[in-house]
Structure formats: structure tokens, C-alpha cells
Design a protein around this ligand. Structure first.
Ligand SMILES: CC(C)(COP(=O)(O)OP(=O)(O)OC[C@H]1O[C@@H](n2cnc3c(N)ncnc32)[C@H](O)[C@@H]1OP(=O)(O)O)[C@@H](O)C(=O)NCCC(=O)NCCS
Length: 183
């Protein structure tokens, strides 16, 4: 899988030498799951998941790392997965693991590049995302890219000892194409 180049960042495949760093983020609930379910993983299952993801449309493993163009090295990762057994769309997910790199626009650019990549390389016509209704950075990121809030799933996600409501977002291929066309 080739890199996807953006203005400030690129998405590139994971390098095995950085698995330990990425696993440390992936396995830290404060990094990946302040508003999400968290289950403890092992390094072996993390690596096995990453290595088999290309053959598994439903894989929740990271598929690209996020790297600043000016400073090589992962600052986070993104993934996508077929989210429903019948309905034909993919959901994206995204984490800026280096907390010092948050709030600088890298997350939004990473998701934009990922959606570009999905519409360029697959026939999917809807890209979605879900987030806890309290995850303001996540839903603001999505809304800034033109994702529409399509509804709320009530009591759909259990974490931090209670049930949470979840927003459902989506952007269709025509919407994305119209929005990304140079003016
Ligand atoms: C969600 C996440 C990827 C956002 O990445 P980021 O690079 O920090 O976000 P950006 O700088 O691109 O900003 C995106 C939007 O979020 C807003 N934002 C960023 N940090 C915020 C904060 N702490 N509180 C409120 N809004 C915030 C930005 O202002 C921007 O919105 P705006 O353009 O309307 O002002 C990052 O916070 C993260 O990794 N969180 C933990 C993992 C997670 O929750 N992932 C999403 C699961 S659904």
C-alpha cells in the first residue's frame, strides 16, 4: 500500500520497527479510548491483526500511521472497516497518539486523506464514522470535513462504567467529490 500525501502530513503503512511504539498507544486507554470502549490486547495479537488487515475488510487494526511531512515518525494512526454485515459502507476511525500533536489540524487532515484514499481506491459510496456524543474533538473534526450527523444511537456504547449515546456521521461519494473539487 503506497503512502497518501497531504499538505502537512502523510498516511503511510506501518513499519514493523515501530510496532512497539504503536502498540503502547493502542494499549493505553487514556490515548485511544477517552470516549470509547477499551479492551486489553497483547503485542502478538496486535501485530497479527496489523499483518492480516489487508485481507480482512472488517479488521479494526490500524491501516496507516499518520506522519508529519516535516518530522518523520508516527504521531498517530487511522483505520477503516466494513461496519455492517449487509449494508455496504465503511467506517473510519482515527487517533492522534502523540498528545502534544493534538489540536493542530493533523487529525482532520488525516481523515480527509483517508476518505480521499477510500473513494479513490474502492467503489464504496458512503464513508461513515461514529463517536460518543461527548467526544467533541471527534465530531468537530468530522463536521469540518462535511460529514453529516445522521442520527444518534442511544445507549449503544459502554465505557467508563455507564452506557453512552453515539452520533452517526456519514459523507457520500457525491458530497465528498463536490466538496473536494478545486474552486
Ligand atoms: C479526535 C482526535 C483524532 C482529533 O485530532 P486533532 O488533530 O486533535 O484534531 P484537529 O486539530 O484536526 O481538530 C479537529 C476539530 O476538533 C476541535 N478540537 C480539537 N481538540 C479539541 C478539544 N480538546 N476540545 C474541543 N474541541 C477540540 C478543533 O477545534 C477542530 O474543530 P473546529 O475546526 O471546529 O475548531 C484526537 O483528539 C484524538 O486522538 N482523540 C483520542 C482518540 C479519539 O477519540 N478518536 C476518535 C474516536 S471516534
Amino acid at each position: 500500500m503506497a503512502a497518501v500525501e497531504g499538505a502537512a502530513i502523510r498516511l503511510r503503512p506501518l513499519d514493523p520497527v515501530e510496532y512497539a511504539k504503536l502498540f503502547a498507544w493502542y494499549n493505553d486507554p487514556e490515548v485511544v479510548a477517552p470516549y470509547d470502549r477499551f479492551s486489553v490486547d497483547t503485542m502478538d495479537s496486535f501485530v497479527a491483526g496489523v499483518q492480516s488487515a489487508a485481507d480482512d475488510p472488517a479488521s479494526l487494526a490500524p491501516r496507516f500511521v499518520i506522519e508529519r511531512r516535516e518530522a518523520p515518525g508516527a504521531i498517530g494512526f487511522v483505520g477503516y472497516y466494513r461496519a455492517h454485515p449487509v449494508l455496504e459502507y465503511v467506517d473510519v476511525w482515527y487517533v492522534i497518539g502523540d498528545r502534544g500533536a493534538r489540536g493542530k489540524g493533523f487529525g482532520r487532515e488525516a481523515v480527509a486523506l483517508l476518505v480521499d484514499h477510500l473513494y479513490a481506491t474502492t467503489s464504496v459510496v458512503r464513508v461513515g464514522a461514529t463517536c460518543d456524543v461527548d467526544n467533541e474533538p471527534s465530531y468537530r473534526l468530522l463536521e469540518g470535513l462535511g460529514f453529516r450527523r445522521e442520527g444518534t444511537l442511544r445507549s449503544a456504547l459502554y465505557h467508563h462504567a455507564r452506557w453512552h449515546d453515539v452520533y452517526v456521521y456519514g459523507v457520500t461519494r457525491p458530497e465528498w467529490t463536490a466538496r473536494r473539487r478545486p474552486r
